[in-house]
Design a protein around this ligand. Structure first.
Ligand code: GLU
Length: 506
């Protein structure tokens, strides 16, 4: 069995941005390719940022995308619990271990005291950091000594536990699968809080402890976590554990290529940035790809190519193909520009791959919602004629509406252009010709009408434009003889009659 174990570790602070979905996807593809395990861990230690419903939203979004977990809060597994708020008891002992080994210390500084330090630094045109230099003057166990510290803790004084960066700065060597070898000097790192006054660990401590206990082999996450990597590497060292391998995924950039695609961009730029709709009881709602009629396969395919490339020209990938082709080595460092138009293009490709019968079944509820009816077979025939022109199933309505509703008015420009000269008489003649046909199949009508037009030695458009206007009301629409066949003789003749009356009235 493979030792590969990766996790998606979202914090339930709101809806999951599509960048988060991509992180989950890359973890999933990597795990499946290697025959490893994919784990969902909910990182909810920051109670102040907890948002009701976010956890369910995350699971529903990923399920919609076809991204499945092997272990998680729903799936269970032998490394649980998979929710950090249910693992509180575990973290304390590791915070203690870090204190005992001299890698962490208690700090009693109040918010007011820290604000004073910040203000002082600002007055000196610098910024305050709780670090290897400043900690010597601050209110912590390093300066108080053990007896005084114990006294304060026993007296119930509020404290946090901070990581102690090396007294003498060191270079922290780091390896990232995507970015290669990087070194960061610890002089630039502050003494991060590991354990908060509310008795809960911060993200950093809980994340490292859980990745270790859950035997995570690879940490694959967004670039925004890159600055935390040196701290994490030092934490693994301090705890005496081997660090997992890291891979920090590139940012997803706005369509302009400038700046990170943010949660707010969807509203501003007119496309969803969330996989599914977010509708909280309180607060702002947000649009989702699912509700805008994207196929999850198209959404996933698009996401996979944001920052990864297969090294070939292939663009369309099923989930299984992605699993086969995926390789972290082919993930770019540079940010990946999001292209909403290309996303629509993907949807069109997936739509074209579906059978007409499937599309008919998907479109039927839309028809029914308009109190209209059509049998499956005819609807599939109609869809076959127009599907090339749409990107989404609901758009089929704009292409097919004339089949269900007689033109109420005629395109003015077309009317002027096509109903001039002897157009009326020709349409009358055509009506008679159509009336005399027992076989109302597209092919037969095409043969008969063409022969008639040729015998009259007139242009094809002279007859076909008025006919299109009569049947559709405007210049658009699929092959006219197919339309005639589907509308049937009675309906077609009625529509021609209507246009004749309309033009005679003028
Ligand atoms: N809880 C972090 C987040 O919300 C996880 C970062 C990580 O994967 O280490 O993105």
């Amino acid at each position: 069995m493979s030792d590969i174990r990766v996790r998606f570790a979202p914090s339930p602070t709101g809806p999951l941005h599509m960048g988060g979905v991509r992180t989950a996807l890359f973890n999933y593809l990597f795990a499946k390719k290697q025959g490893g395990k994919f784990i969902l861990r909910i990182e909810d230690t920051d109670q102040s940022r907890y948002v009701q419903g976010a956890e369910d939203y995350i699971m529903e979004s990923l399920a919609w995308c076809g991204i499945q977990f092997d272990e998680g809060i729903k799936e269970g597994g032998s490394f649980g619990p998979y929710k950090q708020s249910e693992r509180k008891a575990i973290y304390q002992q590791y915070a203690q271990q870090l204190i005992d080994s001299g890698n962490a210390y208690y700090a009693f500084d109040t918010a007011d005291e820290l604000n004073t330090e910040r203000a002082k630094a600002e007055a000196d045109k610098s910024s305050f950091a709780y670090n290897h230099l400043t900690r010597k003057q601050l209110n912590n166990s390093l300066n108080l000594g053990l007896p005084a510290t114990i006294k304060r803790i026993e007296a119930g004084d509020s404290y946090v536990i901070r990581f102690k960066m090396p007294d003498t700065p060191v270079d922290v060597p780091m390896k990232d699968i995507i970015r290669g070898d990087v070194t960061y000097n610890s002089a630039n790192l502050d003494d991060k809080v590991l354990y908060k006054s509310d008795g809960l660990p911060t993200y950093h401590l809980a994340n490292i402890v859980d990745d270790h206990l859950m035997q995570i082999s690879h940490v694959i996450r967004g670039e925004e976590w890159l600055p935390s990597m040196p701290l994490h590497v030092l934490l693994y060292q301090a705890l005496g554990w081997d660090a997992p391998q890291f891979a920090h995924l590139p940012l997803i950039l706005k369509p302009t290529g400038k700046g990170k695609l943010s949660k707010r961009d969807g509203d501003k730029l007119g496309f969803p940035v969330f996989p599914i709709e977010w509708n909280p009881d309180k607060g702002e709602s947000a649009r989702g790809y699912r509700e805008e009629a994207y196929y999850p396969e198209a959404f996933v395919n698009m996401l996979a190519l944001l920052g990864w490339n297969p090294g070939t020209e292939q663009e369309l990938f099923s989930m299984d193909e992605l699993i086969q082709a995926f390789d972290l080595e082919r993930v770019n460092k540079a940010g990946a520009r999001f292209d909403p138009e290309k996303t629509k293009w993907f949807n069109h490709q997936y739509l074209m791959q579906k059978s007409d019968e499937t599309l008919a079944a998907e479109f039927m509820p839309i028809l029914e919602s308009k109190q209209l009816y059509c049998d499956d077979k005819t609807l599939a025939q109609m869809i076959e004629m127009v599907k090339e022109r749409v990107q989404f199933v609901p758009e089929l309505w704009d292409q097919l509406d004339f089949f269900f509703i007689q033109p109420k008015e005629y395109n003015a420009k077309m009317l002027k252009k096509s109903m001039k000269g002897d157009a009326l008489e020709l349409l009358e003649e055509l009506k008679t010709l159509l009336f005399s046909q027992d076989d109302f199949s597209s092919q037969n009508l095409e043969d008969k009408v063409k022969t008639w037009i040729e015998s009259k030695e007139i242009g094809f458009g002279k007859v076909m434009n008025p006919l299109r206007l009569a049947l559709v009301g405007e210049g658009k629409g699929p092959h006219l003889f197919d339309i005639l066949e589907i509308l049937g003789k009675a309906e077609s003749l009625q529509r021609i009659e209507k246009l004749l009356n309309h033009s005679n009235d003028k």
